[in-house]
Design a protein around this ligand. Structure first.
Ligand code: ZN
Length: 153
């Protein structure tokens, strides 16, 4: 099924990242020095999170790394071909604020090196985050390239 590989790749990256974060958190718990024993007299030791300042900060650090990783994965995913997963190339800015009616809103277009499609990303996100617009090319790559390089007059 076309496009399936694209989502499987995203899912695989997310699973790997989630696994890495779990390992990181587990290592933090494993290597973090245990609380001093006297606390044991007052019943079971409270959880380190919240009760231990350094541990809490380190845990938040792990979450920050996870968030950054997640962002990087999404960023990377947006700039890949929906068909073959290769990084899209040749960003071309089009549109113009001055001539919005004629040329459309400013946007950047990226193409797959194998001609599978064109991705348009709006320059300015006015109504929240607009999903990038992916347009698959038909099989005739040369016809597409021809229209792509038409002079804009
Ligand atoms: Zn492609």
């Amino acid at each position: 099924m076309k496009g399936m590989k694209y989502w499987l790749y995203l899912a695989a990256k997310l699973v790997v990242a989630a696994g890495a974060m779990c390992i990181l958190q587990a290592e933090l718990v494993r290597f973090y020095p245990p609380p001093p024993p006297p606390l044991a007299r007052f019943g079971p030791a409270p959880p380190l999170f919240i009760h231990d300042m350094l541990f809490t900060f380190l845990t938040l650090g792990v979450w920050l790394i996870g968030a950054a990783l997640f962002y990087a994965i999404i960023w990377d995913q947006r700039r890949r071909c929906r068909v073959c997963l290769r990084r899209l190339i040749m960003p071309v800015a089009s549109g113009s604020w001055g001539n919005m009616v004629v040329f459309g809103r400013p946007r950047t277009q990226w193409i797959c090196p194998y001609g599978h499609g064109t991705l348009s990303i709006e320059e300015l996100q006015i109504t929240g985050r607009q999903a990038p617009d992916w347009q698959p090319h038909d099989d005739d790559i040369w016809k597409e390239l021809e229209s792509y390089y038409q002079p804009r007059e």
